[in-house]
Design a protein around this ligand. Structure first.
Ligand code: NAD
Length: 277
């Protein structure tokens, strides 16, 4: 499943929507100098600018207090030129992530991490949903992967990938099994699955002999090693899978494209074109 190609098409669509809506703004908050976070932020800014969304890059030093981050988030909430607010995680130790996420205006919360947005997804009335799970659903749809009644296995239960993708699959009428660090005998579950989503962060976690012939396999993992970037899925799984996302070029580009789409959605909510559920 070619995430790069689909993401490019989605970005074209977003560019057209942006020119219809007029000025759009995305603000990102980065605290500290984590190299991976800096790279992600840079990519998000480049992609936003390319589709005509203006960006604001707020970069605070590692030792910034929670109070100061909260004050900045409140300023961005009140800033009319800002449609989307994204706080790059992880935050340094002295800052309570949940408090900061909870301080973002849910309408501007393009990451979908605010409890209101997480709750709306849980209830099946999604407002903003985390971009990576949205990207996965878009890929499965693009490649015509049937989900109704399908056996799907999600490996990983994080708030930003595992749980929201499990809910989206459930809302699409799939049968969903969530595996995690305490699960026993992963293979017994994965071998039965029509769709496997691996979101763990462990190179080679899903091996060829763990996958059913013809299954659709989505690799969310991003494991940086000296030899390069690897997913959670062994590349030779592709010999058995019917469909599979590569790393890089699968879920990664889709995440950025869906974030841009969420920014347009935030702008629609804010302009009253779309009702915030
Ligand atoms: P996380 O560390 O928050 O969660 C990892 C999950 O894996 C946990 O729920 C844990 O229970 C589970 N786990 C750990 N060891 C396991 C094992 N042996 N068997 C089964 N489950 C196990 O990670 P995350 O934020 O969900 O990210 C997961 C991976 O996806 C990371 O590599 C991350 O870099 C990547 N990621 C990629 C994108 C993208 O855009 N491509 C976006 C987000 C995350």
């Amino acid at each position: 499943m070619d995430g790069r190609a689909l993401a490019a098409r989605i970005r074209e669509g977003v560019a057209a929507e942006v020119s219809e809506l007029g000025e759009l703004g995305l603000a990102t908050v980065l605290v500290g100098d984590d190299p991976a976070s800096q790279l992600y932020i840079r990519r998000k800014h480049e992609a936003a600018r390319e589709v005509g969304i203006s960006t604001r890059d707020l970069h605070l030093p590692e030792e910034t207090s929670e109070e100061d981050v909260l004050a900045l988030v409140r300023d961005l909430n009140n800033d009319d030129g800002v449609d989307g607010v994204l706080v790059q995680l992880p935050l340094p130790r002295q800052i309570d992530e949940a408090r900061v996420i909870g301080a973002v205006d849910p309408v501007k919360d393009v990451d979908g991490f605010h409890p209101v947005n997480a709750g709306q997804l849980y209830l099946g009335r999604p407002a903003h949903v985390s971009a990576t799970p949205l990207g996965i659903m878009a890929l499965l749809e693009e490649y015509g992967v049937p989900l109704e009644g399908a056996r799907t296995v999600v490996i990983g239960r994080s708030d930003i990938v595992g749980k929201p993708i499990a809910l989206l699959l459930l809302h699409a009428n799939a049968t969903v099994t969530i595996l995690h660090s305490r699960s026993r005998d992963l293979t017994a579950h994965t071998l039965e699955a029509d769709v496997v989503v691996a979101a763990v962060g462990q190179k080679g976690l899903l091996a060829r002999n763990m996958v059913k012939e013809g299954a659709a396999v989505v690799d969310v993992g991003m494991n940086r090693t000296e030899e390069g970037l690897f997913g959670d899925v062994d590349p030779d799984v592709s010999e058995r899978a019917g469909l599979m996302t590569p790393v890089p070029g699968g879920v990664g580009p889709m995440t950025i494209a869906m974030l841009l789409r969420s920014t347009v959605r935030a702008a629609r909510f804010r302009r009253g074109v779309l009702a915030f559920p």
